[in-house]
Design a binder for this molecule. Structure first.
Ligand code: OSB
Ligand code: MG
Length: 375
């Protein structure tokens, strides 16, 4: 595939309601979308960076900068055999996984359309239906949280994940567990605790949690190993795992028993599959994380979740939970059983609403390959 055109757009999309985590509140999303046209076929990817450097070090603006000044100039006009070759070309750029993933995933969309298979099949996926959970933001008090959990349980979601932080943890988790003794329940701290909090975190063992996600610092694998040794609840790493090498380190040191795979955080489908394969080889279950994506990022998450190792419900939920109107058609819908049917048509399997995207765009930049000059 010859990369003829790259179009970068930043769109604004307001979440239906604010989403609070230990690192801040998100509501007005600034999302960078990547469209790549190769051999006349258009593919789409999403940059999952947040607006500020609080989840990881990337932001909407750093991704725009890295793609504009380094990635697009490096690949425009190039011919690649497969989307996976893009990952090799990116080896020289350190970090900026979310920026890379936006472009690489657009190429996977192109490749699956060219090969006339669904993205899921191209990735090696085996499921036609995936199991969904939800991630619930921090609430003011336990009663409000219990009400929200009830709503999502009634919708059919198969695992409830509660965001926690110091001061908004034990009482909240305890109230939810009391009201719902049998649900699959997990918590996510987004790095809000220290190893010195081990005795406090150990109290979470009382609530039969499926896992405790990323309690300690974003780059702290050794501390998680020490904490895991003191906890019965499995630790799941999110922020710490930006590539398969980190996954290998974390598994070898027993820093976690579960890994959350996010396409943006690990740099795209190629590295996501490497992390997945490594985890499968070590009997570490994985699940697909979310970054409050628009329909494009969500469609990529649906496809990734069909690989065999994704045995736990992911944070891939219905478009309707996030947006009044999503940028794909049909929107991502969740069945009464809390599952998503995986599209079987070539490419993403959802139609990209390019006219709506152009309306939502606040900036656009295009790169075109130089035309071959005829003698
Ligand atoms: O840690 O999983 C996280 C959202 C933004 C940043 C980090 C995280 C999250 C979520 C939401 O938990 C998952 C989703 O519903 O997309
Ligand atoms: Mg997380």
């Amino acid at each position: 595939m010859k990369i003829e055109t790259i179009i970068l757009r930043e769109i604004r999309m307001g979440l239906k309601s604010p989403f609070e985590t230990s690192f801040g509140i998100m509501q007005d999303r600034r999302i960078v979308l990547v469209e790549v046209i190769a051999d006349g076929v258009s593919g789409w990817g999403e940059v999952t960076a947040t607006e500020g450097p609080f989840y990881n070090s990337e932001t909407t603006d750093t991704a725009w900068h890295i793609i504009s000044d380094f990635i697009a100039p490096a690949v425009i006009g190039k011919s690649l055999g497969t989307a996976a070759e893009f990952a090799t070309l990116m080896n020289g750029i350190r970090g900026h996984e979310m920026a890379k993933a936006g472009v690489e995933n657009a190429l996977w969309d192109v490749e699956s359309q060219q090969k006339r298979v669904s993205l899921s099949k191209l990735l090696g996926g085996v499921r036609e239906e995936i199991v969904c959970g939800v991630s619930i933001g921090i609430r003011t008090d336990p009663t409000t949280l219990v009400k929200k959990v009830e709503e999502e349980v009634l919708r059919g979601y198969n695992r409830i994940k509660l965001k926690i932080k110091p001061g908004k943890d034990l009482a909240f988790v305890s109230a939810v567990r009391k009201s719902f003794p049998a649900i699959q329940l997990s918590v996510d701290a987004n790095c809000a605790y220290q190893l010195e909090d081990a005795l406090h975190l150990k109290k979470l063992d009382d609530f039969r949690l499926l896992m405790i996600e990323q309690p300690l610092q974003w780059d702290e694998i050794n501390g998680h190993a020490q904490l895991q040794a003191q906890l019965e609840s499995p630790i799941c790493l999110d922020e710490c795992i930006t590539h398969a090498r980190h996954a290998f380190t974390a598994i070898t040191w027993r820093a976690c028993r579960v890994i959350n795979i996010k396409l943006g955080r690990v740099g795209g489908h190629t590295e996501a599959r490497r992390v997945h394969d490594l985890c499968s080889g070590h009997e570490i279950p994985v699940w697909c994380g979310g970054m409050l994506e628009s329909g494009i990022g969500r469609a990529h998450n649906v496809a990734l979740s069909t690989l065999t190792g994704f045995t736990l419900p992911g944070d891939v939920s219905a478009s309707q939970r996030y947006w009044d109107e999503d940028i794909i058609e049909p929107e991502v819908e969740v069945t009464e059983r809390g599952t998503i049917h995986v599209p079987q048509t070539p490419g993403l399997g959802y139609k990209v609403r390019s006219r709506l995207i152009d309306q939502l765009a606040v900036r656009t930049h295009r790169w075109h390959a130089a035309m071959a000059v005829q003698a």
